[in-house]
Design a protein around this ligand. Structure first.
Ligand code: MG
Length: 273
């Protein structure tokens, strides 16, 4: 594994400096499918890192997958940090300050990173899209603060560019806000309760479906495409499911197993390098 990562890193050093061509394969009309590494990189814990850390993002960049997904939360003192769960070691992120939370150890002894630190690493590789999940907060005011912090940080690090990042969220409020203020970005709604037609009417241009939802409603892929919307499916770790969604014509799968997906998809993998 270390050897593969080393080779990938050497290739990335060349590839990462090339001009990116973002966007989804379906929108580029080439019939391919993009791989999104879930929370940084697939088996990052085996490689000695915690998920959703800068080290796990670096692994995804080095492997040259199309996208690397990460989750952004807001602390009590309004610092945007990268963490999947709403708590760290039992402390609720929304109720604690960054200073309190950064003291805590994640798996493997790492510490939680701020969005600034994360985007600093993200900026180093133009061929891995930053798939930014804005986590739902307790009020629209807090969701506005979180969105503003992410946008400001992305701008400060030169990645606030539709060819460098996309937004995903379960929050209908934040999804609508991105649609209104930043319509040039791919903006995928994670909750399957609204139809493509309803979302399109609000200016939302993408869907990110739980695999169970799309298994029950496979026609929703066609419906989304008919409305000009990209479709991502999460979290697809099974080889057979990878083949099914590829045949179904989804634009991207989010997976804990990006290297397995690469093997299964073969020439159908959509890459930016
Ligand atoms: Mg996520």
């Amino acid at each position: 594994m270390k050897k593969i990562i080393f080779i990938a890193a050497a290739l990335c050093a060349l590839a990462c400096n090339e001009a990116p061509q973002g966007g989804f394969p379906e929108l580029n009309q080439n019939g391919k499918i993009a791989i999104v590494a879930h929370r940084g990189f697939w088996n990052c814990e085996e490689a000695g890192y915690a998920q959703n850390t800068i080290a796990s993002l670096r692994l995804a960049q080095e492997a040259g997958v199309w996208g690397s997904e990460f989750d952004v939360q807001l602390t009590a003192d309004n610092v945007a940090i990268v963490n999947h769960d709403a708590d760290i070691q039992g402390l609720k992120i929304a109720d604690h300050t960054y200073a309190e939370l950064v003291e805590l150890s994640l798996n493997n002894g790492e510490h939680v990173s701020t969005i600034d630190q994360y985007f600093e690493q993200g900026a180093k590789c133009a061929t891995t899209m930053l798939v930014c999940e804005l986590k739902s907060q307790s009020s629209p005011e807090r969701e506005d603060i979180l969105t503003d912090l992410c946008v400001a940080s992305a701008k400060a690090h030169g990645v606030f560019d539709p060819s460098r990042m996309i937004f995903i969220t379960f929050s209908h409020y934040m999804c609508q806000r991105i649609a209104n203020e930043y319509p040039e970005f791919v903006n995928q709604y994670l909750n399957g309760e609204l139809s493509a037609e309803e979302l399109k009417a609000e200016g939302i241009n993408g869907l990110d479906y739980n695999s169970a939802v799309i298994d029950k409603n496979p026609e929703w892929v066609t419906s989304a495409h008919a409305n000009g919307m990209s479709v991502n499916v999460w979290t697809v770790n099974d080889e057979e499911k990878m083949k099914v969604y590829s045949e179904m014509g989804v634009d991207a799968i989010t997976t804990n197993e990006p290297l397995l997906a690469r093997e299964v998809l073969g020439e159908k993998e959509f890459k930016l390098q």
